[in-house]
Design a binder for this molecule. Structure first.
Ligand SMILES: [Fe+2]
Length: 204
């Protein structure tokens, strides 16, 4: 129910916003509008459905990056604190690109975090803090899950003709995700810091 000052003072006339407005939903989630894109409705529906799953998982991955950026600790705190924030920033940029691809196809992008949680497939992390290697493994597993989707969907999407989605997948989601996974995985290699394991005794 909107509230209006029916008789605003002359000083406000023409400037008073209509406040507390509520309305009906004008497009339901899971539907696509007809846009002249040279793509069938089935192709756009399929792409939007897969993109919304990916969008939900990418939003969860971004949230996990921030959580672990905040909760990081130990000898490598500073390095990992900065790395996880950098990768979080790159994931949130992908979130925007995926969401806008859904809109470009005439769909409705999932946005409310409570709706995101219903769609996302990445398992929920404990509310508390895990050990550092477990935090990194959790992020790697989330990447693995996300990277499976573009590979699975690629053939079907190519068949339906949505080249724009494939371009976003390859140049954005896959390349960024693979690089992020590489940077995380290298932190899980147990490697001596100063002396290699097989050193023969130093000659006098
Ligand atoms: Fe920060």
């Amino acid at each position: 129910m909107s509230t209006r000052i029916d008789d605003p003072s002359p000083a406000l006339r023409g400037s008073q916003p209509w406040l507390h407005q509520h309305g009906v939903e004008i497009q339901r989630f899971g539907t696509v509008r007809q846009f002249p894109l040279g793509l069938s409705r089935d192709a756009r529906l399929y792409s939007c459905q897969r993109l919304n799953e990916l969008l939900a998982d990418t939003q969860i991955l971004h949230a996990l990056y921030k959580k672990h950026h905040w909760l990081m600790r130990g000898a490598t705190f500073y390095q990992l604190h900065l790395l996880l924030d950098k990768q979080a920033g790159e994931q949130i940029a992908l979130v925007d690109q995926i969401a806008e691809r859904v809109q470009t196809l005439g769909g409705v992008a999932v946005g409310d975090p409570r709706h995101v949680a219903e769609i996302a497939r990445i398992p929920r992390a404990p509310d508390g803090c895990e050990e550092v290697p477990a935090m990194l493994s959790r992020l790697l597993e989330a990447h693995d899950l996300i990277l499976t989707d573009p590979h699975e969907a690629a053939a079907r999407v190519a068949e339906l003709g949505d080249d724009g989605r494939n371009d976003l997948m390859v140049s954005g989601v896959i390349r960024t995700g693979e690089t992020h996974a590489w940077f995380l995985a290298e932190h899980l290699v147990e490697t001596p810091l100063v002396r290699a394991a097989d050193q023969s005794p130093a000659a006098d």
